[in-house]
Write a protein that binds this ligand. Structure first.
Ligand SMILES: Nc1ncnc2c1ncn2[C@@H]1O[C@H](COP(=O)(O)OP(=O)(O)O)[C@@H](O)[C@H]1O
Ligand SMILES: [Mg+2]
Length: 621
């Protein structure tokens, strides 16, 4: 944990506050002005009250006559002070609120934008729970102290003003003030230092608790089918218990310090009365002055707490800020290039892998990453279809991700029409190559929105054309509202095969010149899958794409111009389906085994027969 010692938490916390002020200087100025106005009026009100007592109440008690003129003047002054105080409070609160929520919104936007910019490799290392808490509770925590900050700054000004006014009144009373105010300040500092580690721990545990909750809800199906409810509940309960203890220890500290912070000013008032009574007898001060100073001590007690609020929130703020900054400072290890491929061309693209090596980044930085691909070299010539076949874990999905540059190779080159994909702009890359992943992702939106994705030039005609190519026009036309049908969160109202075909149509609607299908039609009936691929190879409008397809089914593989057989991250053999069947035993075994499994599946009629409820619970990872 990066919380460090409490001393540097204070320093770093103040720097975080400084950043907030630099980002919202005008609003901060408004809030502080309101707060300073309030502080000065607090002092003024003490002197008016003192004046009322000394000049109106005392004579009234002693001589039984009420000085109506003085009373009216005092009443007017107090009323005026109250009105101005309202203005001050309003400015301070409004300014502080604006500043806090603006900063929160700004940083939420920055964090989420950064998430989308960061490469997939970064996302592999960070859980969804962490991402959520970075964008939510960490951003909030970072800016918590902003709410009391203007109040605290105004209070500091007020304290200086109060001490000055004390010296102006009487040196002996000023000494009491000089003893009490710094003591109050010191107590606040000690308090916040004690609080630092406790708050940091609570903040960390909050993130862990939400992480565990997220994981068990996300994997609800696994948890249920494997009967792991009790263990999951216990895992959650133990961490929730730690969070409870951490928060109780925060509360306990508060229970000790809060009363002390309340009491100190009262002791100050007592000291003022004792010292003041002596000074009054010596004739050094008047009743008015004594009452003013005593009253000042009482009304100062509350604002001084604002300093404590800021200091107490600093550790949490620093912890939250560290986590937010980790995201904002994370390097986009995949900068895009500046080259664009001819945007006008509709010709299929040529994809080439040249001696590509790849290792996933290790979970912890000091461990070596496991080599996943080595010496992978192959070409998908323009307009051709290449099938990628291999056992589970061979590296097919990794090759597919590399082809559309979701990840970069450790060594070697991947080129599109001869240009290294690292040199292409993001837009050119997206327009040229499209990946349809193994697990379809559907947005909670209409069918139309899911396919068009707000891309320019994709109207209903293009959407329908893409749906036809993906063999999805039939079921979409049969949906109650056609293209306007809402598909539900993660497409829960669709079967697995339907979702796969929608995501395929989404890729096709962009008319990519290279299509990478990573087992993208596995839940679709085999005959339909073959029909889709045949349609893609020779579309009605005569502009076929080059296709790299991860496939298992004989009918699909047989359509490919070339088959690349991979095992353990290496290209083991290449050739036509027929050639490989007769020359590569591993290949023949795999295709046959898959065919048998397929027949069983077909007997059980599992394709597209998945009920919406079950398919919605399918585990995506
Ligand atoms: N995000 C990841 N982090 C670490 N290792 C991974 C990751 N994804 C896949 N792997 C590993 O890389 C190898 C190849 O995986 P993958 O490309 O998904 O194979 P395939 O698609 O052929 O089943 C496997 O050993 C797998 O365990
Ligand atoms: Mg795969």
């Amino acid at each position: 944990m990066a919380s460090g010692t409490s001393r540097d938490v204070l320093g770093r916390g103040l720097r975080v506050l400084g950043r907030a002020i630099r980002e919202q200087p005008r609003i901060f100025a408004v809030a502080v002005s309101g707060s300073v106005l309030f502080g000065l009026l607090v002092i003024a009100s003490a002197y008016v009250v003192g004046g009322v007592v000394g000049d109106v109440v005392v004579p009234a008690v002693e001589r039984g006559e009420v000085a109506r003129g003085a009373l009216a003047l005092a009443a007017t002054a107090l009323f005026g002070i109250s009105v101005l105080r309202v203005v001050g409070i309003f400015g301070r609160r409004l300014g502080a609120g604006y500043m806090q929520y603006r900063l929160q919104a700004a940083y939420r936007r920055r964090v989420t934008r950064r998430y989308l910019e960061l490469p997939l490799a970064w996302h592999h290392r960070n859980s969804t729970g962490t991402l959520l808490s970075n964008a939510n509770s960490d951003v909030e925590a970072a800016w918590y102290p902003i709410a009391p900050l203007p109040f605290a700054v105004g209070t500091l000004v007020m304290l200086v003003g109060a001490v000055a006014s004390l010296f102006f009144t009487d040196w002996a009373l000023a000494l009491v003030g000089l003893a009490v105010f710094p003591a109050l300040f010191a107590l606040n500092v000690v308090y916040s230092r004690r609080m630092a580690p406790r708050q940091a721990r609570a903040q960390r545990l909050r993130a862990e608790v939400s992480g565990i909750a997220h994981e068990s809800f996300d994997g609800a199906l696994v948890v249920k089918t494997m009967g792991r409810e009790a263990q999951e509940t216990a895992r959650f309960a133990s961490r929730a218990g730690e969070l409870r203890d951490a928060l109780i220890s925060v509360g306990r500290l508060r229970g000790v310090f809060d009363p002390m912070l309340e009491t100190l000013p009262s002791l100050g008032t007592l000291a003022v009365l004792v010292v003041g009574a002596l000074r009054l007898r010596e004739g050094a001060i008047t009743v008015t002055e004594l009452v003013s100073v005593a009253f000042l001590f009482t009304v100062l007690a509350f604002p001084v707490r604002a300093i404590g609020w800021v200091l107490a929130e600093l550790p949490r703020s620093v912890a939250g800020w560290d986590r937010v900054r980790r995201v904002l400072d994370a390097t986009g290890e995949m900068p895009y290039g500046t080259t664009t491929l001819d945007p006008a061309t509709r010709e299929p693209a040529t994809l080439a892998f040249d001696d590509v090596h790849f290792a996933y980044e290790p979970a912890e930085a000091h461990l070596p990453g496991a080599q996943v691909l080595g010496e992978v070299t192959f070409t998908v010539p323009a307009g051709k279809t290449v099938a990628l076949v291999g056992p589970t874990g061979a590296g097919k999905s990794t090759i597919a991700s590399l082809a559309v540059r979701l990840v970069d190779p450790g060594a070697g080159r991947i080129t599109l029409d001869g240009v290294d994909v690292r040199e292409l702009t993001a837009a050119s890359l997206a327009a040229t190559a499209a990946l349809v992943a193994q697990v379809p992702f559907v947005f909670d939106d209409t069918v139309r929105a899911n396919i068009a994705l707000d891309r320019a030039g994709i109207g209903d005609d293009e959407v329908w054309a893409a749906l036809r190519l993906a063999e999805a026009d039939g079921f979409v036309a049969a949906l109650p509202d056609g293209l306007d049908t809402m598909v539900g969160e993660r497409g829960t109202s669709l079967s697995g095969g339907q979702r796969q075909r929608l995501t395929l149509a989404r890729a096709l609607a962009g008319r990519p010149r290279l299509l990478v299908l990573d087992d993208a039609t596995s839940a679709v009936d085999p005959r339909v899958e073959a029909a889709i691929l045949a349609g893609l190879r020779a579309p009605a409008d005569g502009a076929p794409a080059s296709i790299l397809v991860v496939a298992y089914r004989r009918a699909t593989i047989a359509l490919a111009d070339e088959v690349i057989y991979v095992e353990q991250g290496r290209v083991v053999a290449r050739g036509t389906h027929t050639e490989l069947l007769s020359t590569v035993p591993g290949y023949a075994d795999l295709v046959t085994a898959y065919e048998q499994a397929e027949q069983e599946r077909e007997q059980n009629r599992t394709y597209d027969e998945v009920t919406p409820l079950t398919s919605g619970l399918e585990v995506d990872r």
